[in-house]
Design a protein around this ligand. Structure first.
Ligand code: ARG
Length: 835
């Protein structure tokens, strides 16, 4: 064994007070001999004294070295596991206190000791290895390794430990019992995340029984929040040839992952390389996650810091037989998906599907859901689907792939870490000479209705339906040859792709022209906000004072001063001298974490917590509204307009449901009656002008993860043309269809009023906002009225841009929807509610 200076002290070694055993002390000298001093003796005496002095110096040095010298080393922990191929797993190896465990652990620890001490770069820093668990296969031993190293040597040690695979290829046969070791994975670990095996505080070993569901939860759940500064772990095990399915039924942790978090590992060692997922925050039941292991073990850990403790989680798990083969040969038509879909795919999956159809047909594969791990920084896919010689990963919108013949091979691979939801696909044969009977065949394989060709809207997704078109009179020919609707000209969004629709734009009075062609209100110049997008409005500014004379384009602070930035309210930065732009910002927040569009347009639970369902008598939901405080809702005035004998204006006929998701589950919602309805005094039932109403509730609401107020925009708040916003409601899903039971959502784009007026015969007043798509297809409809048009602002806060008001039919071509422009009614709302 080799040790160098600055080395660490291993208490297990046979050393006494830090002095290695091999050192010998000189025997004490005979007193008599010292009395008579012949020159020889004197010389000997001097020599002895010198020797003794030297010896005590050495001892002193050694003692100092091991005991008093300031320890300039830091503790480094590593986590790892190794596979022992010549041992069979037995059940008692699961039990930490069993003889079998102790014996094998000692052998493994001895082997690790010999191995690491045999590595020049590790030996001086090695302290100990400790086996923490065993699992099947043949036997996998999990351990942690402790080292001490001066801080400056830490990176190098990490490197050495990670890079050197001491067991690679050869098997170890040192010691008495020889272990054959095949692979070893080790990685540095956060010392706080290493639980000594003897520490049983908040450590649980759970073994799945039969096919039963087993549950466990964070400490205190559901009666009290989880404790501060805990470090808990749950070892989950299944029988041989099974994997573990883990489902978080409720999950409510602090939203800052750095503070409190759960990590699930595909290993019994908490190694980053085997991390299935790391989570924090609050998840709605519609976005629950079900995780799969690749073998019969899983490790769940919970770590919390010293403040802000939340309810925690409840999880259930069971064992399911391991899918022996995810690879298949499929004939004719059918479906396939990533393993265990819709649960997250397990790590290290490797599947191949061979699809076959009768020649001369070809194959069309449609991926409906596609959610894989994102590519790494070099854009390389770590988990992927390989199709047509392409590797696809990340999140993809529904996509279609075509084969080159009557057979096709598709592969799916996942690496050892970070799982995702996966994919689901169907396939069918098609006639390659007529890929889309009676429809237009997009280049990417999609089929679209013939009348969507050349409608200046990219229906195919690859624009192949919009090339080689004759542009009509209300269309503009882009530099790329595509046609785009005139309505998108000069809206600050490059619809053509080459910005040709944004060039040569004339700006209106009071506007300035940005270098990129966009027009913005003159007052936004030099307001420290890059409204142009290319920063040209903020260049060459000398005046950094934000306060300016008040105008319709400025934001008015509480103290009466005005600042240039229009959307200053609750944007997360203080602009008003009195800070009032960031007061009262407890709005527009969605406590639940939401994934992006996963299949369909059903909203997720808690995705729009300000959405209200207004029931009229026993007729069910006929209008929507938005929560703006514990006592007030805003809706559309036209919902409360009497019709012949029906008294819609009578507040006693209405019931409001807050926190509702599914109309069949009214029980879980907060139900309130109305105390009064305030319709806008200038509401015009013919034109739907000033279509806004305030509803006062009989009893205040309690804000929860599914009931929250939306932010009201200030008078000067700008929702720019081209901006995408969301509309939601339980209204009709088609112009003459039925009502939705689950809350629906759709994304619509704000359209320039001038263009909208061209399409809707000049009926759009300045108190209205137009939004939608001229190609039709996406819109609000009957029953959505009064509901919110939600605009997600840069800092994630959501503002009420509009109220669903009217339209010409629903989702018709060239007939966008019209919304009440809420910013115009800010003062009116304040006047009636004080908000
Ligand atoms: N007035 C309708 C209602 O009562 C809403 C109309 C919205 N229509 C539209 N195409 N955007 O529910």
């Amino acid at each position: 064994m080799k040790r160098e200076s600055g080395l660490s002290f291993d208490p297990k070694k046979d050393e006494i007070n830090g002095i290695p055993e091999e050192m010998e002390f000189l025997p004490a000298s005979d007193q008599k001999k010292l009395e008579k001093r012949s020159p020889k003796e004197t010389a000997l005496l001097v020599g002895l004294i010198l020797g003794a002095a030297l010896l005590s110096l050495m001892i002193g040095l050694l003692v100092w070295h091991f005991h008093f010298r300031p320890d300039n080393t830091i503790k480094k922990m590593y986590n790892g596991y190794l596979t022992i191929t010549n041992k069979q797993f037995t059940e008692d190896l699961e039990d930490f206190d069993s003889e079998a465990f102790k014996q094998l652990a000692t052998t493994v620890e001895q082997t690790l000791l010999e191995t690491y001490m045999g590595m020049d770069s590790v030996a001086p820093h090695y302290v100990r290895s400790t086996v923490t668990a065993f699992s099947e296969g043949s036997v996998i031993a999990y351990y942690w390794l402790e080292c001490r190293v001066p801080p400056e040597g830490a990176a190098e040690l990490d490197e050495a430990i990670r890079a050197v695979s001491p067991f690679s290829g050869k098997s170890r046969s040192g010691g008495t019992k020889s272990l054959r070791i095949s692979d070893l994975v080790v990685d540095s670990a956060d010392p706080r995340r290493v639980k000594p095996p003897k520490d049983h505080t908040c450590a649980f070993d759970l073994h799945a029984v039969g096919g039963e569901m087993n549950t466990f939860s964070s400490p205190g759940f559901p009666n009290e929040p989880y404790p501060a500064n805990v470090w808990c772990q749950w070892v989950l095990r299944a029988d041989p040839h099974h994997v573990i399915e883990l489902n978080f039924v409720t999950f409510d942790l602090e939203s800052v992952c750095h503070n409190d978090f759960v990590v699930v590992y595909d290993s019994l060692s908490p190694i980053e390389k085997r991390e299935i997922t790391q989570r924090c925050g609050l998840y709605p039941p519609t976005n629950a996650f079900k995780l799969m292991s690749s073998r019969n073990v899983m490790l769940v850990t919970l770590m919390t810091d010293d403040d802000e403790n939340y309810p925690g989680f409840k999880a259930e798990f069971r064992q399911v037989p391991k899918q022996r083969q995810c690879s298949k040969i499929l004939q004719g038509s059918g479906s396939f998906s990533s393993p265990y879909y819709p649960a997250y795919y397990p790590p290290r999956a490797d599947c191949t599907w061979v699809l076959k159809v009768d020649p001369p047909n070809h194959i069309k594969v449609m991926f409906n859901v596609f959610l894989l791990q994102n590519p790494d920084e070099n854009n390389v896919c770590k988990d992927y689907v390989e199709i047509n010689n392409r590797r696809i990963c990340g999140e993809q919108p529904p996509m279609v792939e075509l084969s080159n013949g009557s057979e096709m091979t598709i592969k799916f691979r996942s690496d050892a870490a970070e799982s995702c939801r996966g994919f689901s696909a169907t396939f069918e044969p098609y006639d390659a000479s007529k890929p889309c009977p009676e429809e237009f065949a997009c280049r990417n394989g999609r089929c679209i209705a013939l009348d969507l060709k050349c409608d200046a809207w990219n229906d195919c997704g690859d624009s192949s339906d919009e090339i080689n078109c004759k542009c009509t009179s209300n269309q503009f020919r882009c530099g790329t040859g595509l046609c785009t609707s005139n309505q998108w000209l000069c809206d600050g969004v490059s619809d053509c792709g080459d910005k040709s629709d944004e060039a040569n734009c004339e700006c209106e009075a009071g506007e300035m022209r940005c270098a990129n062609g966009k027009c913005i209100p003159e007052v936004q110049r030099c307001n420290l906000v890059n409204e142009c997008g290319d920063n040209s409005d903020e260049e060459g500014c000398s005046n950094t004072d934000m306060t300016v004379p008040c105008s319709e384009h400025t934001y008015t602070c509480k103290d009466g001063t005005c600042i240039r930035k229009k959307n200053a309210m609750c944007d997360g930065t203080h602009q008003c001298p009195d800070g009032s732009d960031e007061h009262d910002c407890n709005c527009g927040i969605r406590p639940y974490k939401h994934s992006r569009i996963v299949g369909g347009m059903d909203a997720e639970v808690g995705e729009w917590p300000w959405q209200v369902s207004l029931h009229f008598q026993d007729k069910g939901s006929i209008c929507g509204a938005s929560v703006i405080s514990t006592r007030w809702l805003v809706s559309a005035a036209h919902c409360f307009q009497d019709e012949r004998t029906i008294r819609f204006s009578d507040h006693t006929t209405w019931t409001a449901y807050m926190g509702l998701h599914d109309q069949h589950k009214l029980d879980g919602a907060q139900k309130r009656r109305l105390k009064r309805i305030i319709r806008h005094e200038n509401y015009n039932p013919q034109m739907f002008d000033n279509d806004i109403a305030l509803l006062e509730l009989d009893r205040p609401l309690s804000f929860t993860s599914v009931v929250q107020p939306i932010c009201l925009p200030e008078a000067a708040h700008d929702f720019p043309i081209g901006k995408n916003t969301w509309i939601t409601g339980w209204g009709m899903v088609h112009e003459d269809g039925g009502l939705a039971t689950v809350l629906q959502k759709a994304e619509v784009r704000i359209i320039r009023r001038r263009n909208c007026n061209d399409l809707l015969s000049g009926t759009v007043t300045t108190r209205m906002l137009c939004a939608g798509y001229l190609s039709g297809g996406i819109d609000a409809c009957q029953g959505d009225s009064g509901g919110p048009m939600s605009s997600v602002e840069e800092n994630g806060k959501v503002f009420l841009a509009g109220i669903v008001s009217w339209g010409d039919g629903c989702a018709r071509k060239n007939k966008p929807g019209v919304y009440t422009k809420v910013s115009k009614f800010r003062e009116w709302i304040k006047g009636h509610t004080g908000l």
